[in-house]
Design a protein around this ligand. Structure first.
Ligand SMILES: [Zn+2]
Length: 224
């Protein structure tokens, strides 16, 4: 592995395998790392045939093959709410990963792989980035609240105003009963869905990256 001791980042374990993490504060706007590798010219048959998971298309004609070992930037994972961006200079055929926020030591560095990639590869399996994880948790909580309300809903209008007055008494009995049963159910199903999805998706994620970058390169070919 290349020596990163003088760099403001290190390779480490992330949710979806390996990732790149800041080891020093990185200022917003500053260059973090270059994504580099041999330049592939899709007009050349030999270049056009190259396929691996680190192909980064920079124009219709040119694709960078980032699979070389020295290209540490290939470890950077996708995020929908990233702290960095891929700054592509088509003219210079250069990709710079740049901080778009102040990044603290220990934070994972990530950038947005793009809408096309997301729709095709992340949406079907569920994106594992922090932003999406948070959204999922919020949705689950909302769904739980809604279920609770639904469970409580029909009882309310049926009982009408009379229930309002005796609420204090009924609540003591009814609430724990329905509440407990409900939360138990939700918990199990959520846990099931989560473990099933997360486990598989982690593996798929890296594959998706592969396919997508390859597909990106391909779409470029087609566009030509
Ligand atoms: Zn996401």
């Amino acid at each position: 592995m290349p020596d990163l001791s003088t760099k403001p980042y290190r390779i480490g374990r992330s949710k979806t395998g390996l990732g790149l993490f800041a080891t020093q504060p990185i200022k917003k706007g500053s260059k973090i790392i270059r994504y580099f590798g041999p330049m592939l010219d899709c007009n050349k048959k030999k270049d056009d045939a190259v396929e691996n998971k680190y192909l980064f298309q920079i124009s219709k004609r040119w694709t960078i093959d980032g699979s070389v070992r020295k290209n540490i930037a290939r470890y950077i994972n996708h995020s929908c709410k990233p702290n960095a961006e891929s700054d592509v200079s088509v003219k210079k055929r250069k990709i710079i990963i740049r901080a778009i926020k102040n990044i603290e030591p220990g934070e994972e560095i990530n950038y947005d792989y793009g809408t096309e990639y997301f729709k095709e590869y992340l949406k079907p399996i569920g994106c594992k980035c922090d932003a999406c994880e948070k959204k999922r948790l919020k949705k689950a909580a909302e769904a739980r609240a809604e279920k609770k309300q639904k469970a409580a809903g029909p009882a309310k209008p049926a009982k009408g105003k009379a229930a309002e007055t005796s609420r204090g008494k009924t609540k003591g009995k009814a609430a724990p009963k329905s509440g407990k049963a409900k939360s138990d159910k939700v918990k199990t199903s959520k846990a099931g869905a989560k473990s099933g999805k997360t486990g598989k998706a982690a593996g798929k994620d890296s594959k998706a990256k592969t396919a997508s970058k390859a597909a990106k390169a391909k779409s470029g070919k087609k566009a030509k």
